[in-house]
Design a protein around this ligand. Structure first.
Ligand SMILES: *Cc1c(COP(=O)(O)O)cnc(C)c1O
Length: 416
């Protein structure tokens, strides 16, 4: 980045510091990852100079000889990877992707049914502060109070009572696997469109480590930057019969020109996600999550649902007497970066809830295996048992840095 350094020292220096932070810390934010250098190169390419409103072969600007091929490659690779009939790669991110689906199927005031935000759903699934909750009659389903699991009996009852036009499955903070077949049956029973938002677990689906929602859902949305390990962006996968409605909803419905550099980087990420290496990566993600969950539970930590079947876990810190935000801040000081999170039926406020969320996608990308999960579990335990001990946190941060120095992170190889 020599040229950037010469022209804008301030931003250059901040990017350099962020690179160092990502190299030296154990990043456990469940939605984050490390993309490869090829993905970074495509993201930062001159495709950012292009405008290409429309779709391949039907653009509103000239000069699309190359861009059409880029977008078609991204689409073909995504279709093959997920076995989808139709894919739109233009949504700017996960939230606009969901908004486009609503525009394709709903009118303002229509009823939607999604997982409640405090129970692991996403803002865009009908939260009152989101456009999804303001423009639609947003109903929600909760987790089972006893088990912390999805309860299909009550989801079905809720659906029968509110007869939604669209049902949303998928989540940002649920450590288990939804039963897409039952969601399909419930949607059919009430005559609803089924949208599965696989933003968090799309990479696991691609790698064969999680059941695919694609055969069951009318529409599947996903971000491309979480477990899927691509650039910041999103895709909509759907049945051929919905293709025209989805494409029209993305452009001109809610967006103008697609971000062509992102499209190229999505194509690169889809190629990577189709490899045996990526399959092995997602299998290791599951093993790591299980090992970290077991390590924490052996130290008396309470995990929502008692464990995990995917890349993340939710820890209820109530029995440790430490609020989630305090825990997250102390852990950050110790080089373990994660987020505070509400737990189901949380009695504390969303801005200072009872739990923390832990994901292992990023650390697995840098080569951590079970052994390092035990280290992480041990250190989390030490910090949570001594949240005021600043000296201890600094000491652990040094140990973390030392461990990280042996695991070059993708995209940051030059720092190792
Ligand atoms: C992250 C996420 C999104 C939104 O993605 P952005 O790219 O942040 O807009 C949507 N749905 C779910 C379930 C998510 O976890």
């Amino acid at each position: 980045m020599k040229e950037l350094q010469q022209s804008d020292l301030a931003i250059h220096e901040l990017i350099r510091q962020e690179e160092q932070r990502q190299a030296d810390k154990i990043r456990l934010i469940a939605s984050e990852n490390y993309v490869s250098t090829p993905v970074l190169q495509a993201s930062g390419s001159v495709l950012t100079n292009k405008y290409s409103e429309g779709y391949a072969g039907k653009r509103y600007y000239e000069g699309q000889q190359i861009i059409d091929q880029v977008e078609n490659l991204a689409i073909e690779r995504a279709k093959n990877l997920f076995g989808a009939e139709h894919v739109n790669v233009q949504p700017y991110s996960g939230s606009p992707a969901n908004l486009a689906v609503y525009l394709a199927f709903l009118n303002p005031g229509d009823t939607i049914l999604g997982m409640a935000l405090p129970h692991g759903g996403h803002l865009t699934h009908g939260s009152p502060v989101s456009i999804s909750g303001k423009f639609f009659d947003a109903q929600s389903y909760s987790l089972d109070r006893e088990t912390g699991l999805l309860n299909y009996t009550t989801i079905r009852e809720t659906a029968l009572a509110c007869t939604p036009k669209l049902i949303i499955a998928g989540h940002s903070a649920y450590p288990r696997i939804p039963d897409f077949k039952i969601f399909r049956e419930i949607a059919d029973e009430v005559g609803a469109i089924l949208l599965v938002d696989m933003a968090h677990f799309a990479g696991l689906v691609a790698g064969g480590s999680h059941p695919s929602p694609v055969p069951y859902a009318d529409v599947v949305t996903t971000t491309t930057h979480k477990s899927l390990r691509g650039p910041r962006g999103a895709m909509i996968l759907c049945k051929e019969k919905h293709a025209a409605a989805i494409d029209k909803a993305v452009f001109p419905g809610i967006q103008g020109g697609p971000h062509d550099s992102t499209t190229a980087a999505i194509a690169v990420a889809m190629k990577e996600a189709a490899t045996d290496e990526f399959k092995a990566y997602t299998a290791q993600v599951l093993k790591n999550a299980k090992m970290l969950a077991e390590t924490l539970m052996s130290k008396g930590f309470q995990l929502v649902t008692g464990g995990t079947d995917n890349h993340l876990m939710l820890v209820d810190l109530t029995n440790k007497g430490v609020p989630g935000k305090k825990a997250a801040k102390a852990l950050d000081a110790a080089g373990l970066v994660l987020n505070y999170n509400a737990v189901p039926f949380d009695i504390r406020k969303p801005f200072d809830p009872s739990g923390i969320r832990i994901g292992v996608c990023a650390v697995t990308s840098r080569g951590f295996t079970e052994k390092e999960m035990i280290f992480i579990g041990d250190k989390i335990d030490s910090v949570i048992n001594d949240t005021e001990n600043v000296a201890l946190h600094a000491e652990i941060a040094e140990e973390v840095k030392k461990l990280c120095s042996a695991f070059p992170a993708p995209g940051l190889e030059h720092l190792f």
